[in-house]
Design a protein around this ligand. Structure first.
Ligand SMILES: Nc1nc2c(c(=O)[nH]1)N[C@H]1C(S)=C(S)[C@@H](COP(=O)(O)OP(=O)(O)OC[C@H]3O[C@@H](n4cnc5c(=O)[nH]c(N)nc54)[C@H](O)[C@@H]3O)O[C@H]1N2
Ligand SMILES: Nc1nc2c(c(=O)[nH]1)N[C@H]1C(S)=C(S)[C@@H](COP(=O)(O)OP(=O)(O)OC[C@H]3O[C@@H](n4cnc5c(=O)[nH]c(N)nc54)[C@H](O)[C@@H]3O)O[C@H]1N2
Ligand SMILES: [Mo]
Length: 757
């Protein structure tokens, strides 16, 4: 199996952003939008009167400090150009290409064909999608749902771009239909953070806001690649550095966005020296974070003893926490050398980091998928909390937890009740507000959804956005499951693989994007979203919709809910579809923190949700922050030579492949590559560009990826990296955390062999 494209390699970049990022955006805008629509929209990103950038969930600066020009970010701009492009997929496209032909195309090609413009149906045994009216599509779905033996045979997935208003209505419709089967992309993303943080600090979200970062003395960035996946974070990191703060990055890769930065918004600084970001890079082994954190804690404890209690915040510990005794005992019993060896670092490196932790008071720890997508993710996150608590770095300005969320409204969707196991307090209020009895039995998470489809328990899959077949683990299993369904439906903006790997009957329902105006009988409507820091803000697009046939997500849910739940259903779906203020009134009635929603959302910049941990209030069982003892697990078996992680390139948004160049890493023209340390290449007899076969082994089952090209890279020894979603064929469904069921997409035990020429 030969790769479709031959890789080209150049030295990895040393400086993130700068003028080259502007070039890259200019190209994207030119190719996708032919300038007009693209440039107009760029000026509206994250402006108080504009739309929320559909790329990541990084918070916007306070509107008081925002310049007339939007805060600039290369990948946000690409996401906007991708959505607001001029190309359209019309019914004649589907006449031209059969599903069989489309399934052979690359993921890049599929989305590149432009925006979906009309509802389409793939009838049973048909070869081509054909147009269908909205009414006929809704009654087709209603008929299939009514034919089910019970509502739990349907699965309702959500991706994180869905607005608060749409998400709230969606879960309300699904629960009125009778199931909690509401898996979402968060199940594969920050689920572990939510779980570990709720237990220890009483809130499953960040305890810091944007402004805290510049006040921090020390920022640790663990398992996150901000230069690519949250580029606006670099501006905040630059401010921290200018204020004298320090940064430690912990990553098996030396990511360019953590090394140096040239602010693209300050062209006058482009010729001078770039800002150096990290002061120390700890190149851990994949999943070496937990032993590293433990070693740090142990050394901090020792330093504290030597320095007569001056290193840890004993007053904070005594007043605000519980459980430190057990942790101290556990740490004393741990073997430092073993911990350091398991981290993949040298003792000197760890001691250097500990020195920085000891000297500084206001510490923020940021993390993303490099920490959450592990079988022991919750243990690592609770250890992060232990570290912050020892230093009293919670509930204070410039200090705290920063799980950096992915999708632009993934956090809001959860707040709105998109979860397979919302607590009873939420369900009680929902039932009261809409006069029904919400189901109480927990639904399926993302991995459970695949299992339910594969075993034939689920027969209908409905996707509110996203690209489930590529995002979920174990690609071949997901394909199998989807194909067994009676009906698969996707609400989407662009064509993707989930439309082509389908159930017996399939529907594509095209919707408005963030950048477009949403006008109902009651006039223009806006929606709202929540960012990583828990701030709710208005999002209002003003581009003309890609087609007159598009419906908003809210419109689709309300139309479908009426058809499925019947005329006699008391919910005012029509009223809510026409006037989003009515939806927000209902949200206010059900969800704490949304008092005066309609007023507060109209204030430029929006408002913050209550955040106990930030104020030092811990909503845990004993109202104290919890120290925990987290055992090391998940040790690599000596028989397994490599641990493989799946990562994002600089030219994609999740399963959306913008192009084939990973600019910062110097890997061009192909995504079918595996990054490998030079010494490991030597030991396996591999040379640059050689084709290899990668085999993952989990619970005795093998999964194979063939024909990937070897790229020498500065990655920790014994570790490999391939791109997501290509690497997903290697992730066994059961290779997941037991606590939160998040797939371990960053910890895949594999063998690698060179293929014969
Ligand atoms: N442009 C763009 N922006 C995005 C996205 C996108 O695809 N493109 N996706 C969005 C979404 S949904 C999300 S969740 C976020 C994802 O944002 P990230 O979490 O930054 O995304 P990944 O590429 O998965 O990167 C994980 C990082 O963790 C490192 N890593 C892997 N394993 C380990 C480990 O065991 N330990 C440590 N310390 N590090 C490790 C990798 O080297 C990599 O730098 O970005 C969001 N923003
Ligand atoms: N191996 C591996 N697997 C992973 C990950 C990993 O790092 N490694 N990361 C995981 C993570 S963090 C996440 S969040 C998931 C992502 O999983 P998803 O959220 O399911 O995937 P996306 O690729 O973001 O979805 C892209 C599609 O969304 C649709 N879309 C875009 N905008 C809109 C909109 O405004 N409305 C609607 N209705 N549709 C829209 C388009 O049709 C587009 O094709 O993948 C997970 N899977
Ligand atoms: Mo994500």
């Amino acid at each position: 199996m030969n790769p479709k494209r031959k890789v080209k390699i150049s030295p990895p970049g040393q400086i993130a952003a700068g003028p080259r990022s502007i070039q890259s955006v200019a190209r994207a805008i030119w190719e996708e939008t032919h300038v007009g629509r693209g440039v107009k929209t760029l000026f509206k990103i994250n402006q108080p009167q504009g739309f929320d950038c559909p790329s990541c969930a990084w918070p916007d600066p306070d509107p008081k400090n925002v310049s007339k020009i939007a805060e600039y970010c290369e990948n946000g701009a690409k996401a906007v150009a991708w959505e607001s492009g001029y190309k359209r997929i019309t019914p004649s496209f589907f006449e031209q290409f059969s599903v069989k032909e489309l399934v052979e195309k690359s993921d890049h090609w599929l989305e590149k064909q432009g925006r979906l413009t009309q509802p389409m149906v793939l009838e049973e045994n048909a070869s081509h999608y054909s147009p269908i009216s909205w009414d006929a599509a809704f009654s087709m779905i209603a008929k299939k749902l009514h034919e089910l033996e019970n509502p739990d045979q349907a699965i309702f997935y959500t991706s994180g771009r869905t607005s608060n208003e749409a998400a709230f209505l969606y879960q309300c419709f699904v629960r009125q239909f009778g199931t909690n089967n509401l898996p979402d992309c968060s199940n594969m993303c920050h689920e572990a953070s939510g779980k570990a943080l709720s237990e220890t600090l009483g809130i499953g979200k960040a305890s810091v806001i944007l402004d805290d970062i510049r006040h921090a003395d020390l920022l640790l960035v663990l398992g996150q690649n901000p230069g690519t996946n949250a580029p606006r974070m670099l501006t905040a990191m630059e401010q921290l550095k200018k204020n004298g703060g320090k940064i430690i990055s912990v990553n098996p890769l030396p990511e360019t966005g953590l090394i140096q930065f040239r602010n693209p918004q300050k062209p006058w600084e482009w010729l001078g020296k770039p800002t150096t970001l990290h002061d120390l890079h700890l190149q851990v082994k994949v999943n070496g974070d937990l032993p590293l954190l433990k070693a740090m804690l142990k050394l901090l404890l020792e330093a504290d003893k030597k320095n007569k209690g001056k290193i840890l915040d004993h007053a904070f510990i005594a007043e605000n926490t519980s459980g430190h005794e057990a942790l101290f005992q556990h740490l004393e019993a741990c073997n430092l050398n073993e911990l350091i060896a398991a981290s993949g670092l040298s003792e000197n490196q760890v001691r250097e980091a500990v020195q920085m932790l000891a000297e500084n008071k206001n510490i923020i720890i940021a993390w993303a998928m490099g920490i959450t997508q592990h079988r022991n993710a919750e243990n690592t996150i609770r250890e992060i909390v232990n570290l912050l608590l020892l230093k009293g770095s919670i509930g204070r300005k410039g200090a705290g937890t920063l799980p950096v969320r992915g999708h632009s409204n993934v956090q809001g969707d959860r707040t709105m009740g998109i979860w397979e196991k919302m607590p009873d307090a939420f369900l009680d209020k929902l039932g009261k507000a809409f006069d029904f009895n919400p189901p109480r039995q927990h639904g399926v998470h993302a991995v459970g959804a695949v299992q339910a489809m594969a075993t034939g328990q689920a027969k209908v899959f409905f996707g509110m956005g996203g690209n489930f077949v590529l995002a979920a683990p174990d690609t071949n299993k997901v394909f199998e499951g989807m194909r067994q369904c009676d009906l698969t439906v996707h609400v989407s903006t662009k064509l993707n693989r989930s439309h082509l790997v389908h159930g017996k009957t399939a529907l594509i329902l095209p919707c408005l994007g963030r950048t477009e105006s949403d006008i109902t009988a009651k006039g223009p409507q806006f929606v709202s979203t929540e960012d990583t820091a828990g701030r709710i803000r208005m999002s209002s697009g003003d581009l003309e919709p890609a087609s007159g046939e598009l419906k908003s997500e809210v419109g689709i849910i309300c139309g479908l809910a009426r058809e499925v739940l019947g005329r006699e259903n008391p919910t005012d779906w029509e009223g809510m579809a026409a006037d989003y203020d009515v939806i927000r009134e209902k949200i206010e009635a059900v969800i704490p923190g949304f008092d005066d929603y309609n007023e507060k959302i109209r204030v430029p910049g929006g408002f913050y949700l209550p955040n106990g941990a930030r104020e030092g209030i811990f909503n845990t069982t004993d109202n104290k922050a919890q120290f925990t003892v987290n055992l090391l697990s998940n040790r690599q078996s000596s028989k397994i030579p490599f641990i493989l992680m799946t990562v994002r390139s600089h030219d994609q948004f999740n399963t959306t492949v913008y192009g084939y160049d990973d600019r910062y890493r110097g890997i061009q023209n192909s995504r079918e590559v595996v990054m490998m340390h030079r010494e490991d290449m030597k030991n396996t007899g591999c040379q640059t560009g050689d084709l290899v076969k990668i085999t993952s082994v989990f619970e005795g089952e093998k999964r194979v990826l063939e024909g990937f090209q070897v790229v020498p890279y500065d990655i920790s020894r014994g570790c490999l990296a391939v791109y997501f979603p290509e690497g997903n064929v290697l992730v066994a469904l059961n290779n997941k955390s037991d606590e939160s069921h998040c797939p371990a997409s960053k910890y895949i035990e594999v063998f690698l062999e060179k293929m014969k020429a």
